[in-house]
Design a binder for this molecule. Structure first.
Ligand SMILES: Cc1ncc(COP(=O)(O)O)c(C=O)c1O
Length: 480
């Protein structure tokens, strides 16, 4: 196939250039009209690139779905899949399509993104959780080990598993070994590769989920590769499952997907096919140079290599200068006009991608240099280390999906012991839910959440007045 072509993008551009007089949706009729303020921000011609379902290309009989199939086939070839879908609802949508057809339990690491949990709500088989473990020095959640997966699979009859590869912080499991093990037991493996779409383009980066043998992979092309926000790709090497995935997509996806999104995915794929390895080589150079300079600044520590397989994720801490990662994020934003991807108690994560330049990297390094020297002059104390303690997984009384849709009531957290949760309660960071819908509040969970709240640690799902949502009328499921 011709990777130097972008059939969808070309056909969409032709429609734009042809200036067809539209008596079809969308209502803006491909012109800025009364919406000129929007066009002046988006650039001339943007409206004309946004027809609902029209393209101009005789080869596809003006049928955008045929052009889309062609574009997806080119992406499949590049990424090493039998089938690929372009997604307009991000990796969230792709995970939903992969998991919705499951009928048996799905094994997931407890630290999985909320999109994986919402996928379990759509599927019929419910979830089984691999408890989160952490690096206690850096407080980052670690991906599951082969022995944790072996134990879980021996214990439960799982139909599938979803593995996050890499984690937000750039940490990976031994994915090939895990996938081989799962396959030997007839378990399908889906990979949440939201943060790993760029892995294909350098041997210095970890192998992709597909290279490790996964049945299906979803990548946020928008996160690490440069397409528009909301656009992702789902790659599948399991034709039987792919049919089910397409059925799920037909139920869940809008009937008016943005052709701009599809076009941009197609054109980004073309550019990556031609230049992806060079671009990634330059990106890695920038990331290495950034790390080298940061490592020389007194008081700045970088996440050690054994915890990080993806060097494009710059994770650092100024804890020795008495600053939390959250404070560093705020200072960078207020004083240096720099916005990082995320921060937690210790760490700050700055992403380096194909969109970075020598200038953007120098600005980050200079800002950290300046901040560190300001702190050194102030003579700050080290940040106190606290022991990261996370409660055990509570007993499950009802599956996630059933619990999610039950009638709920709000009660004080202090009175929740023995009740079944109707929501996720997730201290953030590290963003690992301590309880999910259908699980019973234990004494340990209530004590832990109360402690989080006392020290001002944000807990997603905890309501004003320290209230939690629990299931009505489910007391009979619980311990008395
Ligand atoms: C690990 C992980 N998986 C899935 C998602 C969802 O991706 P998207 O925003 O493309 O829907 C995210 C988003 O941050 C994520 O971090």
């Amino acid at each position: 196939m011709k990777q130097d072509t972008a059939p969808f993008w070309t056909a969409l551009k032709s429609y734009q250039e042809k200036g067809v007089i539209p008596f079809h949706t969308p209502g803006h009729k491909l012109q800025s009209g009364p919406f000129s303020t929007i066009e002046s921000a988006l650039g001339p011609g943007f409206f004309a690139l946004d027809p609902s379902d029209e393209i101009e290309d005789l080869a596809f009989n003006h049928d955008f779905e045929l052009a889309l199939k062609r574009a997806e086939a080119l992406a499949a070839e590049l990424f090493g899949a039998q089938d690929t879908l372009f997604l307009v609802n991000g990796t969230t949508g792709g995970l939903h399509y992969l998991v919705m057809p499951t009928t048996g339990p799905v094994l997931i690491p407890r630290f999985s993104h909320q999109a994986v949990y919402s996928a379990l709500i759509l599927g019929a088989g419910g979830g089984i959780y691999l408890p989160a473990s952490y690096d206690l020095d850096w407080h980052i959640p670690l991906p599951p080990t082969i022995s944790q997966v072996t134990e879980a699979l021996a214990d439960k009859d799982c139909q599938a598993m979803v593995i996050t590869h890499p984690t937000y912080y750039g940490t990976v499991s031994d994915l090939t070994e895990i996938i081989e093990l799962a396959k030997s037991q007839g378990v399908r493996v889906f990979v949440d590769e939201a943060h790993g779409g760029h892995f294909l383009f350098s041997e210095e980066l970890p192998a992709t989920g597909l290279e490790c043998g996964a049945h299906g992979v979803v990548q946020s092309t928008h996160k690490t590769l440069g397409s528009f926000t909301q656009t992702s790709m789902l790659h599948c090497n399991d034709p039987v499952w792919f049919q089910k995935v397409k059925e799920a997509q037909s139920v869940l996806q809008t009937t008016s997907p943005s052709l701009v999104f599809f076009g941009v995915l197609d054109e980004v794929r073309r550019i990556l096919a031609l230049q992806g390895c060079d671009l990634m080589g330059q990106t890695l150079e920038l990331a290495y140079s950034c790390k080298k300079h940061l490592a020389r600044i007194p008081g700045v520590e970088l996440l050690p290599c054994h915890l990080q397989a993806d060097p494009t994720k710059i994770v650092f801490t100024l804890r020795d200068l008495g600053l939390t990662g959250i404070e560093v994020e705020e200072i960078l934003r207020k004083d240096y006009n720099i916005q990082v991807e995320l921060s937690d108690y210790y760490n700050v994560l700055a992403l380096v991608t194909v969109g970075d330049t020598v200038t953007s990297i120098s600005k980050l390094v200079e800002a950290i240099q300046d901040l560190a020297s300001r702190r050194t002059h102030l003579g700050g104390h080290k940040l106190p280390h606290y022991r990261l303690e996370v409660p055990h997984l509570p007993p499950s009384r009802l599956n996630l999906r059933d619990a999610f849709f039950q009638e709920k009531e709000e009660i004080p957290l202090a009175k929740a012991i023995g009740r079944v949760s109707g929501t996720f309660l997730t201290p953030y960071p590290p963003g690992v839910p301590v309880i999910v819908p259908g699980e019973e509040f234990t004494w340990e969970i209530v004590e832990y959440l109360t402690w989080c709240s006392t020290i001002g640690w944000p807990v997603r799902g905890l309501m004003a007045g320290e209230k939690v949502r629990v299931l009505k009328d489910y007391n009979h499921l619980c311990r008395k």
